[in-house]
Design a protein around this ligand. Structure first.
Ligand SMILES: [Zn+2]
Length: 648
């Protein structure tokens, strides 16, 4: 049952195109661009390398982490081919330096009683020595990488039980591996506490379930999960390597943290919390360890400028709050911390480093925010602001403020969106033709495909890949089968990828090129059964509503009661006007049908669309008009799979 549902939830579309092409070397224009970047980089004083290496204890001898079926889910040695030295022409020199630091992996000591496992996933696992066991902050993305990380900890530091898990925030790479390090029975028995910021579960649901299918597909581009690490391939993701392929799991929190300054003794260790909601995640908190004089900055301060709006898609974040909370962190913890570490990247040591890191990033987000708004209020639009807004050298020359993950370009657009939305107020942009129609008209207006190809080649020769990609994208949307257009667009994207300082820009361009050449491939899956089972029923039913096809349901009016027996929940479900409403804790007085059973059978009914009769045999009770539930079921879209991005 679990397996079937998981398979259905995994997007699995694939296609191969009629032609294949290999990756190209860097063009002359790209080589020139990389050299120019190289000459403008700030001096490297070696501090980052020192911090990234400091406290190293050891790592696994076998670099490949596998799941229970023996399938590899993570390779610690994926970037071993990077042996230092000059960056290749196909990699931005700034990104090359960054990835050289980020690729390190193993168990590292932060202070006497605090360690981190780094490089075992896109995120870090932080380990605190409690009185009787380990307190773990952020158990990575998958059960397999988390289990491997804990194994290393126990091997090197002595085996101890895990007594508490803390989720710093509501993103999958900070909770997904929880079942690799604890089991739910121990949580239920009160032996292990699971601590999270308030609203953790609701925000996890909102981000991963409601928009899950679209976001997963887009995340495949952002993280380059179908690219191979290499000088012409994936170069990490800016704040880590990539996203692994293991099982995402979730055990709901047992303790909510609500207040900044809240003190809590966990397994004999005093912890202090700083709430930082609506920064990097809608539910997020930092953890301060007074005895260890260590500040754990979750994901609001890392080794890179972060995303105000992550390109995979999310609710836009609040850049102003972000800088205000960083300032609060400087004030509350800057003066009493000797070590700072986050759930990504390497830590920093020394009180002035802690303060400098927090204050430097505070100013970066504040500058981005204030200057975007300043320009916006003068009438500049997203594209215009993104074109000119650059960090001043005092901010931008700090390595940790560079755009390996978020960029000034897409972050300024996000801030504009936060305040004003997508519309730039130019009426021509209010209601243009759809992309395909517009592309066809554009190509015709430019004199046809041949002319567009010639112009694109000219632009590429001049190194203007922004323009060649723009032109060729019109051609591919007008004529998706134009072999030459696709091949050239792939080449054009590829050079843009090679030149990008941002690892995720590189991933998005190179994945675009890959799909034009080789077709679509299934990628990241941000959802899992385990996560779905931890999601409140009301939120799941709201996501079912978003799959209602009005062409099938028409004007049908349905009154249904759902009784979810294993959770002692009821839902009053009303369908009318092509809308489905679910009200938890309510019932219709005179329903057309009442469906009773454990939630798993409802998931099978509504997500898998298994026949009602079959589910009745499995124990689902249907009282009243079975046709009513079948009508609703028939009107639900199947779980969506992959969709085209670089072509119509
Ligand atoms: Zn993260």
């Amino acid at each position: 049952m679990h397996k079937i549902l998981l398979a259905a939830l995994l997007s699995s579309a694939s296609a191969t195109s009629a032609f294949a092409q290999d990756a190209k070397p860097a063009s002359d224009a790209t080589i020139a661009a990389q050299r120019s970047v190289g000459t403008q980089l700030p001096a490297d004083d070696g501090r980052d390398l020192d911090f990234a290496d400091r406290g190293f204890i050891g790592t696994l001898s076998d670099p490949v982490i596998t799941n229970k079926d023996g399938k590899p889910v993570w390779n610690l040695g994926a970037y071993d081919w990077m042996t230092g030295g000059q960056s290749p022409d196909t990699v931005n020199p700034s990104l090359w330096r960054h990835m050289g630091l980020l690729r390190k992996h193993g168990l590292y000591a932060l202070t006497d009683n605090v360690w981190q496992v780094r490089g075992f996933d896109v995120s870090n696992m932080t380990v605190i020595k409690g009185q009787t066991g380990w307190i773990i902050i952020d158990p990575l993305t998958s059960r397999d990488t988390a289990a491997a990380a804990l194994k290393l900890v126990n091997e090197k530091l002595g085996t101890r039980p895990v007594t508490a898990v803390i989720y710093s925030h509501s993103h999958g790479d900070h909770f997904g591996g929880v079942r690799g390090i604890i089991n739910e029975a121990d949580v239920k028995a009160g032996k292990v506490s699971v601590i999270a910021p308030e609203h953790f579960l609701a925000e996890t649901a909102s981000e991963n379930v409601m928009a899950g299918p679209a976001m997963s597909r887009r995340a495949t581009f952002q993280f380059g999960s179908n690219l191979t690490p290499g000088p012409q391939g994936q170069m990490g993701s800016g704040i880590g390597n990539g996203i692994g392929g293991g099982d995402i799991t979730l055990i709901p929190p047992t303790i909510d943290i609500r207040k900044t300054g809240e003190l809590r003794e966990v397994d004999g260790v005093m912890l202090e919390f700083q709430m930082v909601p609506h920064t990097e995640a809608p539910a997020e908190m930092n953890v301060y360890l007074p005895a260890a004089r260590t500040f754990l900055s979750a994901e609001i301060a890392t080794c890179s400028l972060h995303n105000i709006l992550t390109p995979r898609g999310a609710k836009v974040r609040d850049a102003l709050s972000w800088s205000v909370f960083l300032n609060e962190a400087v004030n509350l913890y800057g003066g009493r911390s000797d070590v700072i570490a986050s759930s990504h990247c390497w830590p920093r040591f020394g009180q002035s480093e802690v303060k400098g890191w927090l204050a430097g990033q505070r100013d970066n987000y504040r500058y981005l925010h204030d200057q975007t708004v300043r320009m916006m209020n003068k009438g500049m639009t997203q594209a215009e602001i993104a074109e000119v807004l650059k960090a001043p050298p005092t901010i931008g020359d700090q390595w940790f403020n560079k755009g390996y993950y978020g960029t000034y370009s897409h972050n300024s657009k996000a801030i504009y969106q936060y305040y004003l939305g997508w519309y730039d107020a130019v009426p021509a942009n209010l209601n243009p033709h759809s992309p395909e129609v517009r592309a066809a008209k554009m190509v015709a207006a430019m004199g046809g495909a041949k002319k567009v190809l010639a112009e694109a080649r000219k632009a590429m020769k001049a190194g203007d890949y922004r323009w060649s990609s723009d032109l060729l994208n019109q051609l591919v949307f007008a004529e998706p089968k134009n072999v030459e257009g696709r091949a050239l667009l792939a080449d054009s994207y590829e050079q843009q990828g090679y030149q990008s300082e941002s690892a995720i820009w590189r991933n998005m361009f190179l994945t675009g090129a890959r799909e034009l050449r080789a077709g679509m491939k299934a990628g990241i899956n941000a959802q899992s059964i385990d996560m779905i089972s931890a999601i409140p029923t009301g939120l799941l039913l709201d996501s079912v509503s978003t799959r209602l096809d009005p062409n099938v349901i028409g004007n049908a009016a349905l009154a249904l009661n759902f009784v979810i027996s294993d959770r002692k929940e009821t839902a009053k479900v009303t369908v009318g006007n092509s809308v489905m409403f679910s009200e938890m804790g309510q019932v219709h007085a005179a329903p057309k049908v009442t469906v009773t059973g454990p939630r798993q059978l409802f998931l099978a009914l509504l997500f898998l669309k298994m026949p009602a009769a079959q589910l009745q045999a499995a124990g689902l009770k249907i009282e009243g008009d079975r046709a009513a539930i079948e009508k609703l079921q028939a009107a639900l879209d199947p779980m969506p799979g992959a969709f085209n991005i670089v072509e119509p």
